[in-house]
Design a protein around this ligand. Structure first.
Ligand code: CA
Length: 237
């Protein structure tokens, strides 16, 4: 069962007061309940006492690294975590995602962008909890449809022929649409944990997928590159 969005509790772990108040105002206007923590320690404590539906986490905290907060959270809770980061360091963002963060957003960001990321994460977490649906719903976005039950991909109603690897890669992105999946995550999911960390094979497959589904692979409509981090597929309807 999906929870009423207006009742969702959000915990914001962020030490900069002006960012806290900007985010709090934006989220309260959308009827979210929001609590702020100004340190990692307080954030971990409030996570246990409040059981928030989602956590927004700044990586640069006064008492500990946000990366450490994710590591500690993931030892006991699957609560969705969206990293809020001023850092442009792609390695750090990828590391946060690989440690179990659900998504990230880079400062400065718009309210619209933040709200979209929150909705996506909440939807994914409620889908994870709702395991009663047997058949996965097809992915549909613009002219692209993926029928998971019979492994058929169509574009403008015509069947697209994909190799097995291309299909696995595309469905993994589609099932996580709206979220960024890191190179490391994709490599491990498709080629296994013992593959080397050379992403060449991934890039080649991605280029082939784009050639087949994108009108203009240089200006994609469906699968976007997050430079230095991974790929994000456009959210389906
Ligand atoms: Ca900070």
């Amino acid at each position: 069962m999906t929870k009423n969005l207006s009742k969702n509790t959000i915990l914001l772990i962020e030490d900069e007061e002006n960012i806290c108040s900007f985010i709090s105002t934006a989220l309260k206007n959308q009827n979210y309940k929001i609590t702020c923590a100004s340190s990692g320690k307080e954030g971990l404590h409030l996570t246990a006492s409040l059981c928030p539906d989602i956590i927004l986490l700044d990586l640069g905290l006064p008492d500990m690294d946000g990366i450490e907060v994710i590591r500690k959270l993931r030892s006991w809770t699957p609560v969705p975590v969206i990293v809020i980061s001023a850092r442009t360091n792609e390695h750090e963002k990828a590391r946060a995602l690989d440690l179990g963060a659900d998504d990230y957003i880079t400062k400065p960001f718009s309210t619209v962008e933040l709200l979209a990321r929150i909705r996506t994460s909440l939807r994914h977490s409620s889908q994870m909890q709702d395991m009663t649906s047997t058949e996965p719903k097809p992915y549909h976005c613009k002219n692209l449809t993926i029928h998971f039950e019979n492994h058929v991909v169509t574009l403008d109603g015509k069947i697209i022929h994909l190799t097995q690897i291309e299909y696995k890669l595309l469905t993994l992105l589609a099932k996580n649409s709206g979220r960024v999946l890191t190179y490391t995550y994709l490599m491990e999911k498709i080629w296994g944990p013992y593959t080397d960390n050379n992403n060449q094979i991934l890039r080649v497959n991605m280029a082939n997928i784009r050639r087949k589904i994108e009108k203009n692979p240089a200006a994609p409509e469906y699968v976007f590159t997050e430079i230095g981090i991974g790929y994000r597929m456009e959210e389906g309807d």
